[in-house]
Design a protein. Structure first.
Length: 375
């Protein structure tokens, strides 16, 4: 989209009267600001104005016009107007095919945009159909042994793999072969990252673990995006190793995440792995629900220590009655919930905090474990 934005802003200055150009450029800048700030309402208002001015300024065969219409369709979709958005998408797509060759990069950009927005709006069946269309166009636009093709195949394979795992993996492997032939090792690591995610999504945990580890050895830690992927891989490996009973390997990745991450002071301290509590059978049969607040320390390896229940509230009890002090004696129901919650939290894993390059203990970490019976 950035390439199209530059094209429009550069071209408009020389089109139409000075007043018309100034008005359009002002509207376009307002639209771009709304998009950058994530203001959906302003995005819709400004894109409406941009399309109105663009229709008056540009000839019907101007390559910028379908881009403006497509942008407006995106804004409509993000504001919940999917039916009207489809009308504008169809207009932009038809117009682009009229202006350009059906198998052009310009048409591919619009097809990809529509697929991505539909995906973001959770219309997955329709998004999948447009991703497949984008894949077909990609194979016609770029030589299938080119890096340009590999870049498109990487993204499309990752998306198609969400609903068609075998198809997604096959496309990703195509990209991987091209990157390997061009010594693009870090990009090959990204390919393996997405293949592992697909394998994990269909329950192939051992295979996913192996491929995630391979990806880690390939990703370039000096490239910001690759570093982010490395952190995501390690976060995925922690629960995989914990479920396998290999806490030592899980610890290796917990510590690496803590070392390579920057935590804000006000950032929530969330576990990399959490264990679901076992519902006490007698309370489950009796229909008793509740929750337990706990405090604990996360040690230098990201392991939970010194777990203490600070509040236990159950059905028929007020929140104030559930507060626990040093001398508090818990009821049987409170004890059952507290023991189950404590057993679960003791299995949690965290990335340890680092100070001056060294891991440190973090005391006073708090969490709440709920016990609710589904209807």
């Amino acid at each position: 989209m950035v390439r199209w934005i530059a094209l429009i802003l550069t071209g408009v200055l020389a089109v139409g009267t000075a007043n018309a150009s100034a008005e359009f450029n002002s509207a376009w800048r307002a639209y771009r600001t709304a998009v950058e700030e994530g203001d959906k309402a302003a995005e819709l208002t400004t894109s409406t104005k941009v399309v109105e001015l663009g229709r008056a300024m540009f000839a019907g065969d101007d390559e910028r016009l379908p881009v403006l219409i497509n942008n407006h369709a995106v804004a409509l979709l993000r504001n919940g107007q999917s039916r009207l958005a489809s009308t504008y998408f169809d207009e932009a797509y038809t117009l682009a095919k009229t202006i350009h060759d059906d198998e052009s990069e310009a048409v591919l950009v619009l097809v990809r945009t529509r697929a991505e927005v539909l995906d973001a709006e959770r219309d997955w069946d329709e998004a999948h159909r447009w991703y497949k269309r984008a894949l077909g166009l990609t194979r016609k636009v770029y030589p299938t042994d080119s890096v340009e093709y590999a870049e498109q195949a990487l993204q499309l394979g990752a998306e198609l793999g969400k609903r068609s795992p075998n198809t997604g993996i096959a496309i990703l492997k195509e990209a991987g072969e091209i990157y390997s032939a061009n010594d693009a090792i870090s990009d090959l690591g990204v390919v393996k990252y997405y293949i592992a995610r697909i394998e994990l999504g269909r329950g192939k945990r051992s295979r996913a673990t192996k491929i995630f580890e391979e990806a880690l050895t390939l990703l370039d830690p000096d490239v910001p995006l690759a570093k982010a992927r490395s952190l995501a891989i390690r976060a995925a490996l922690v629960p995989l190793y914990e479920r396998r009973g290999d806490s030592e390997k899980a610890t290796e990745h917990c510590v690496a995440i803590g070392r390579d991450s920057k935590f804000a002071d006000d950032q929530d301290y969330l576990p990399l792995y959490r264990m679901a509590p076992a519902y006490p059978p007698t309370l489950l049969r009796s229909g008793v629900q509740g929750y337990v607040d706990l405090e604990f320390t996360v040690d230098k390896s990201g392991i939970v220590r010194n777990v203490q229940a600070t509040r236990v509230v159950h059905t028929g009890q007020s929140e104030n009655a559930g507060a626990l002090g040093p001398e508090s004696r818990m009821s049987r129901r409170q004890r059952l919930f507290a023991d189950a919650a404590r057993a679960a939290v003791e299995r949690f894993r965290y990335a340890p905090r680092f100070v001056n390059g060294e891991p440190v203990e973090t005391a006073g970490v708090a969490t709440r474990i709920g016990f609710e019976i589904a209807n």
